[in-house]
Ligand binder design. Structure first.
Ligand code: NAG
Ligand code: NAG
Length: 240
């Protein structure tokens, strides 16, 4: 039997950079997946707004596991769930899966910024949609997809100014069975906009800019959504 679709995250370290030359401090430590107590200090289950979003998975605490310093999100097929509502549409729920959100909100201040670091092993099967991303607390955008995998074998890096003004870069995702380092440096650019540098395995892949993101608090989310932008049908249990 093949494994169920999963997304693993380890070593999530988030540094707040307080101005040029100023010392960085750790906002969420690399030990935050070491134990339930460490997890509970910095993370909460599900999306900040609830269990549903823009795909065929409903998030549940049962699909989130911690072991050996690694967070594992696993999707499983379900039936009989009521549909999700998103953007005026009903989305049939076919899976339970996992999402976690940082308790901290991330608000790039003037002259400041953050480094978001994580190591991920993410499924790239069609219909699986893991993501490590930032989205606005008070409205949308801001959104920065620091890494998302949309079932194509690629990894995507995106910044949204508006739904139509979006910079999206898809690159080949090497050896999905291995962990890859993702680092995203988010910095005040000019007192209003932020510059976002996306690194994979310590190589700069892309720089993008978020309009007016300075002073806009953002949620940090790690989730394994299903179908949606990753296509359908998603995998059946044991079949991928
Ligand atoms: C975000 O940070 C700015 C300072 O850069 C501050 O003025 C603003 O109140 C903060 N917003 C929130 C919601 O914390
Ligand atoms: C988003 O806005 C920033 C700041 O104005 C700009 O530099 C960037 O090119 C915009 N992105 C897109 C995709 O238009």
């Amino acid at each position: 039997m093949k494994p169920l679709p999963s997304c693993l995250a380890a070593l999530v370290i988030l540094l707040s950079a307080l101005g040029a030359g100023a010392a960085k401090h750790v906002v969420i430590p690399a030990t935050s997946f070491d134990s339930q107590a460490d997890f509970d200090t910095d993370w909460a289950y599900n999306y900040p707004w609830g269990t549903d979003h823009n795909g065929a998975a409903r998030m549940a605490k049962s699909q989130v596991a911690l072991a050996g310093g690694t967070l594992t999100l696993t999707a499983k097929k379900v039936s009989g769930e009521k549909a999700a509502s998103h953007g005026g549409k009903q989305i049939p729920i076919k899976y339970l899966s996992g999402a976690v959100a940082a308790k901290e909100h991330f608000n790039v201040s003037r002259g400041g910024g953050y480094d978001f670091l994580g190591e991920f092993r993410a499924t790239t099967a069609r219909g699986t949609w893991p993501a490590f991303w930032l989205t606005g607390v008070k409205g949308w955008p801001p959104e920065v997809d620091m890494a998302e995998w949309k079932g194509s074998g690629k990894i995507s890096f995106n910044t949204f100014n508006t739904s139509s003004q979006v910079r999206a870069r898809d690159v080949t995702y090497p050896s999905p069975a291995d962990f890859h380092k993702i680092r995203c440096e988010v910095r005040d650019q000019n007192g209003k906009d932020v510059a976002v540098k996306f690194f994979m395995d310590d190589k700069l892949v892309e720089t993008q800019y978020g309009k007016g993101f300075v002073g806009q608090p953002m949620y940090l989310i790690i989730n394994l959504q299903m179908e949606g932008s990753s296509g359908s049908p998603g995998p059946n249990e044991g079949m991928f």
